[in-house]
Design a protein around this ligand. Structure first.
Ligand code: SF4
Ligand code: SF4
Length: 341
């Protein structure tokens, strides 16, 4: 990885350079919260945000998208059109970068690649930024504290400067054109290490650091704990909607009023939804919230690991914030701690 340094006051020039060629999506304030949204001025961007309500997942996998349109009278199907604007996701935290990498592993699997996701992914640059953990963050426990090298640039604030980790040629060229780029000095590296250490100390120490989580998920699969945890679930799907790594979807065909034309749409779905595991004939493989919550936690903390060698949950903490009845992987970690793990 190549490291460079720019002065803090050059960041607006970098964003302006991106805006010449890309739609820029960045964290902005909405009331007392933060969201990712399109911006047309550097002044709208908030870079020291704690976390956003939802992840930037929607820019790679919209909550609803048309896959193709059909005309039954003409027996015609339009090719899918994925008119994706060239975008920069600017100011993304490490957990969300790793979350998008998890989505990437799913949707670019060569056995069943997803052209819609791929088109968006190919048109998107990612500029990450270092963060300070908030109360519900536990990316450090999910091996997601550092962004895996799937970004184009990653900025770390080291005082009046940013240490810039460069991940792509296209972003490096834009950086070089917009800013006075310097080699990192020993003092810059020392400052970077100090920032990293301070960040590590800032994580909420009340969230237990449990080892061998996948094994524990198997060992306690039948424990009454799941009745207590899952029994509280309201099936509202808020957890899945804010999660950077939930990727399940449903497919619907919608007919226009005449009945001859229509479209096939993909919409987000969630395994916490009562109908999610219902099949033809009416059988439901997970009819209770207890089974659904346990399934969700199992996939996040164990199931994905078997095929992708990393946990699906990246520890962003959003579901802990969103859930009205305190269901989240944090509660599972606390349960394992109570069991002496
Ligand atoms: S399960 Fe919760 S903490 Fe884990 S990635 Fe999803 S929203 Fe974040
Ligand atoms: S776990 Fe919480 S956020 Fe998720 S569906 Fe159940 S009640 Fe809603």
């Amino acid at each position: 990885m190549l490291y460079r340094v720019i002065d803090r006051d050059e960041l607006p020039s970098l964003v302006a350079a991106f805006m010449e060629r890309y739609e820029v999506i960045a964290p902005v304030q909405r009331g007392s919260k933060y969201v990712f949204a399109a911006v047309d001025s550097f002044d709208d961007i908030v870079l020291d945000y704690p976390t956003t309500i939802a992840s930037p997942k929607k820019y790679l996998m919209p909550a609803k998208e048309t896959l193709f349109e059909f005309n039954a009278e003409e027996n015609a199907v339009t090719d899918y059109t994925c008119e994706v604007p060239a975008r920069v996701l600017f100011g993304v935290h490490a957990c969300d970068i790793n979350g998008m990498l998890n989505l990437n592993s799913v949707f670019t699997d060569p056995r069943y690649p997803d052209p819609y996701f791929q088109a968006r992914n190919d048109a998107t640059l990612i500029v990450g930024i270092g963060c300070t953990p908030s109360e519900f963050c536990f990316c450090n426990l999910m091996d997601s504290e550092e962004a895996r090298p799937s970004y184009d640039l990653f900025l770390t604030d080291i005082g009046e400067k940013y240490l810039v980790s460069i991940g792509s040629v296209v972003a490096a060229n834009i950086l070089e054109g917009a800013c006075t780029v310097r080699e990192a000095t020993d003092a810059d590296r020392i400052a970077f290490r100090a920032v990293t250490r301070a960040r590590q100390k800032a994580f909420n120490q009340d969230i237990p650091d449990v080892q061998e989580i996948p094994m524990l998920m198997d060992a306690f699969h039948e424990d009454p704990f799941w009745e207590e945890l899952g029994g509280r679930c309201l099936s509202c799907n808020a957890c899945a909607n804010v999660c950077p790594t939930c990727y399940c979807f449903d497919i619907r065909d919608t007919l226009d009023p005449g009945g001859a034309t229509g479209r096939r749409e993909r919409v987000w779905d969630a395994c916490t939804s009562p109908q999610f595991a219902m099949v033809a004939g009416g059988h439901n493989f997970r009819p209770t919230p207890v089974e659904r919550v346990r399934h969700r936690m199992y996939h996040k903390l164990n199931g994905f690991l078997a095929t992708h060698d990393r946990s699906l949950c990246v520890g962003c903490g959003r579901c802990a914030l969103a859930c009205k009845v305190d269901i989240s992987p944090i509660e599972v970690l606390k349960f394992f701690e109570r069991k002496g793990a």
